[in-house]
Design a protein around this ligand. Sequence first.
Ligand SMILES: [Zn+2]
Length: 171
Amino acid sequence: MIDDPTVIIKFKRISKLMHILNWFCSVLEFICFNKIDLNFMNRETTVGETIYLGLRWQKYSTLNRKAILAHEYEHILQWRKWNILYIMSYYLFLPLGLSFRGYWEWQAFKAQLLIQKEKTYKVNLDIMVNYYTNVLTGSKYFFALWIIKPLFKKVVKKFIYKNFKELKYGN
Ligand SMILES: [Zn+2]
């Protein structure tokens, strides 16, 4: 699905690195009194040029797989372009309610959404706007854009209304 020979795709469950990172995530969840749920092993993660597929990968539809790979590939492009600046801005300054992580993730979500658009059924645009605003301002992304939630919601709304208008349902 990704036409780029340098990209490596692996399963998370057979990666020692991912099991170690999962342990750190569990510790972090424990420290936060389990108020956050990082759901690490189930999610896809990209490190450098390698995409690690989560435990639910085999249950996803072909379209969802394509959309997720578009998301992760965007992170590879960010890494190629910005290198250490990308890593530092992605992982540092957490969790302050505003971090560059939100910017990088929103770029990746846009790539993912444009693939998901291939779905034939209609969508309620406002539900979609709320969903993606909440994902990127919530605990899964360390509240990366929480402080600017109303402003970020406008950004999400503009993108979704522009790109999904022909699939509009209800609202
Ligand atoms: Zn991402």
